[in-house]
Design a protein around this ligand. Structure first.
Ligand SMILES: Cc1cc2nc3c(=O)[nH]c(=O)nc-3n(C[C@H](O)[C@H](O)[C@H](O)COP(=O)(O)OP(=O)(O)OC[C@H]3O[C@@H](n4cnc5c(N)ncnc54)[C@H](O)[C@@H]3O)c2cc1C
Length: 404
């Protein structure tokens, strides 16, 4: 799928309600949502969607929860997601090696599914497709980045952009950083971060399966780190191997045949044979921007927070940022400084609170399960047995997993 290219020069000196830097899953969806509110938006993405993205074997996939699905439906983006790139799952199971399985099922809460595993690129492309098919006041420029911004008037920022050859200025009430973990907008605004790198890394292994598509995603906790199975469409699935940096380095050096041997001895038994087609490793980082808002600058998605992907919540938090920002800006006159400041401070309070709770919960899981200490082991067993024995506890966990 190719999208029409708007040259940077064509938007010179234009005025916008919002300039969004970063057209990943979060930024592209936010542009769509703000556009549907009647806002004029400029979306700047340094890359460009490639025509072969969805014909290659999948590599980066996200577990998208039901809250995010509902929101993406509302902004008409969900409907555009390539079907072959999405796989709904009905069941979610977790256990510690050698202990009973705790299983959550959509049937228990009369739902059709608990969530969907979707290729990141498919979510991004869906938003671009919806944008292209609409007649919204949203300009999209690929292959450009922000270089600077300054306060032009009380209610306007001057944003400087470049495509590597020419520089262009535009004016905007808001500048939104949706440019990921190493956000340039965050740097330009001098917003600091706090956080750390986890000792574990994530090794993702895409497999071509010779067994039928599964409706379950599972995670086995092992002292060296969790091992997870993510079902995908088209005979693909993803195995996620969390382990030390050294171990992941070793796994990366293996031939695919030797890697398969390691998978067979380390992972729980899979329902059939498989072939490894692609691998990638990711460092795990926890980062929180010290502030999500500074004057007329707002951070969303990974620009504001990155969390341990243990429970697949990162992009779901990003969609919640976008949904809340859109709602708060709905009836706000963006040139009214007092009103805008008041709305943005609500955004910051709510979203920072939510993402801190989620990050802390992920850290709790990480520390609780990634070790072999006797006392913690007993506590883990107690926790998982309680989750199995108490239907109310199970329901609570399931509601969290759905994202509500
Ligand atoms: C191994 C792993 C597994 C994960 N699994 C899950 C999961 O199952 N579920 C889940 O919810 N989350 C998951 N996450 C987290 C999820 O991938 C991120 O939260 C999500 O990608 C954040 O989206 P984003 O749009 O905010 O940022 P990004 O995806 O980083 O997108 C940022 C965009 O901005 C563009 N950009 C960057 N700099 C500039 C610039 N200066 N100018 C213009 N454009 C720029 C980039 O090209 C990119 O397109 C996982 C993360 C990892 C590492």
């Amino acid at each position: 799928m190719t999208f029409s290219e708007l040259p940077l020069s064509s938007i010179a000196n234009k005025q916008y309600d919002a300039v969004i830097i970063g057209g990943g899953m979060v930024g592209a969806s936010l542009a769509l949502g703000l556009g549907q509110q009647g806002k004029s938006v400029l979306l700047i993405e340094k890359g460009a969607p490639q025509p072969n993205w969805l014909s290659e074997p999948p590599l980066r996939v996200s577990a998208v929860n039901r809250y995010s699905e509902t929101w993406l439906r509302e902004i008409n983006s969900w409907q555009e997601i390539d079907e072959a790139s999405s796989c709904a799952f009905k069941r979610l199971a977790t256990w510690e090696k050698g202990t009973p399985v705790v299983e959550f099922s959509a049937d228990d809460i009369n739902e059709t599914h608990l969530g969907s595993l979707i290729r990141n690129e498919a979510i991004q492309i869906a938003a671009y497709k919806a944008l292209e098919q609409s007649a919204l006041k949203v300009d999209v420029v690929f292959g450009a980045v922000i270089t600077a911004y300054s306060q032009k008037t009380d209610s306007k920022l001057l944003v400087t952009l470049t495509d590597g050859e020419t520089e262009t200025n535009v004016e905007s009430h808001l500048l939104i950083g949706a440019d990921g973990a190493n956000s340039k907008v965050r740097q330009l605004s001098n917003i600091g971060t706090s956080g750390w790198d986890y000792q574990q890394q994530c090794f993702s292994i895409t497999i071509n399966t010779q067994f039928e598509q599964q409706d379950i995603t599972w995670q086995e906790f092992q002292p060296s780190g969790p091992k997870a199975f993510l079902p995908l469409n088209n005979n693909y699935a993803c195995l996620i191997w969390y382990d030390s940096k050294e171990k992941v380095g070793h796994l990366k050096s293996l031939s695919l045949d030797n890697l398969k041997e390691q998978v067979l001895t380390t992972f729980p038994e899979l329902p059939g044979d498989f072939e490894i087609v692609k691998t990638a490793s990711f460092p795990l980082t926890r980062r929180q921007a010290n502030s999500y808002v500074k004057n007329r600058v707002v951070l969303v998605g990974d620009a504001a927070h990155t969390i341990n992907p243990l429970a697949g919540q990162g992009v779901n938090l990003g969609f919640k940022d976008s949904a809340e920002l859109i709602e708060l800006l709905g009836d706000t006159d963006l040139s009214d400084i007092n009103k805008l400041n008041q709305r943005l401070s609500v955004y910051q309070r709510n979203r920072k609170g939510d993402s801190l709770v989620m990050s802390t919960a992920m850290d709790g899981f990480y520390h609780l399960f990634s070790n072999d200490k006797g006392l913690l082991k007993s506590f883990r067993h107690l926790l998982l047995s309680a989750a199995n024995a108490l239907p109310s506890a199970k329901l609570k966990v399931m509601k969290k997993a759905l994202g509500f």
